[in-house]
Write a protein that binds this ligand. Sequence first.
Ligand code: BMA
Length: 327
Amino acid sequence: MKNAPPLPNSPWEDRPARKQHNTLWRYSGNPIIPRDLTRNSNSIFNSAIVPFGDGFAGVFRCDDTSRRMNIHTGRSRDGITWTINDDPIEFIKTAPELPDSEYKYDPRVVFIEDRYYIIWCNGYFGPCIGIGYTFDFEKFYQMENALMPYNRNGVLFPRKINGNYALLSRPSDSGHTPFGDIIYSESPDMTYWGKHRHVMKPAGTESAWQSKKIGAGPAPIETSEGWLLFYHGVLNSANGFVYSFGAALLDLDKPWQVIARSRPYLISPQEIYECVGDVPNVTFPCAALADGATGRLAIYYGCADTVTGLALGKVDEVVEFIRKNSL
Ligand code: BMA
């Protein structure tokens, strides 16, 4: 790994004996966040976690019991047990003419230079890519939408590339989108985005878990072998969409160039909390903690659009998995 500080208090549990052949394994206390942790949450899933202070902070997708989608902040000492605010984040607009959000969902958080950027799917005449930032997880500032509707799965890289901020996204439609490729874009100022490049398209029948659409997951992790990107892939089954996730390696200087990409999934919906919920059969990663000292990974993923789970693994083993099982 490159540019990654040690995270000695990151959640961890050794690989269980019966999972010796699995590259990632699930935390035994899954799901770590129940659906009703806040006063009126219907579900808490697809959420973002970062190291903060002597513990962790997060931005959580909480759909309420009116089924309104919004994002809330929360804190944890150990990354496993969370306190999440009952009320959604109230963003301070960085410009008075900034349009209101109709809804917010699927946040990602990444520290770049001097602040934590939050990027999410923002309701503005359909889903588009919203961006804001915080220094302290107390005050949050909303910036101009990065990309126009329709778009989902905006994910920022943790540092500038070629002198510009860098972003992955997934152009979509206003509904549940029966297609979807990952696109790369750059910006000099976090406001104007361009230099769009195609990164990956869905796979064919040889990797059916990602044959319908794909979308970037957590912020990419810098390794000596390339950017490690976890991403979700969708299979269109007789019973509807099934969301699994795998990983790819992207070129460090030209991240639109894919070095390798896993043919098998790393995690697919198999446990009861991943298969049963408001939207059955969904595992959807939005955050990964990577310990720079040990290479240990803790991946947070939404389960059945209802609760939040934790998967564990090691960076070098995931990189080896991608290289050995590349499409
Ligand atoms: C996607 C997004 C995700 C969700 C997934 C499965 O389009 O809405 O938030 O987890 O569908 O319902």
